[in-house]
Design a protein around this ligand. Structure first.
Ligand code: SF4
Length: 81
């Protein structure tokens, strides 16, 4: 079921079972390039994605990324090209 709630001061629609799951799904939270509270150090892709979310009232977890670098303690295995 789709529900609504206030996010970034805008009323947004969301699949109820996905509400609040952004951090769980987004690769950025496991990446060394991610510095969400430091605009000068933050990954340009992550920063632009965040700004787009604020601008349009969306939530966009990064599911795939070519620039990902695993953070400390992150389980990681190179795949096949
Ligand atoms: S490199 Fe990719 S995964 Fe890492 S912070 Fe940037 S967008 Fe997120």
């Amino acid at each position: 079921m789709i529900t609504t709630y206030a996010h970034h001061d805008i009323l947004v629609a969301v699949e109820e079972e996905l509400k609040g799951k952004h951090r769980e799904h987004c690769l950025c939270y496991k990446c060394t390039r991610f510095h969400p509270n430091d605009i000068m150090r933050n990954c340009a892709i992550a920063q632009t994605t965040y700004e787009n979310c604020v601008r349009f009232g969306t939530t966009t977890p990064v599911y795939e990324c070519s620039r990902f670098i695993p953070g400390e303690g992150v389980e990681f295995q190179e795949g096949i090209w």
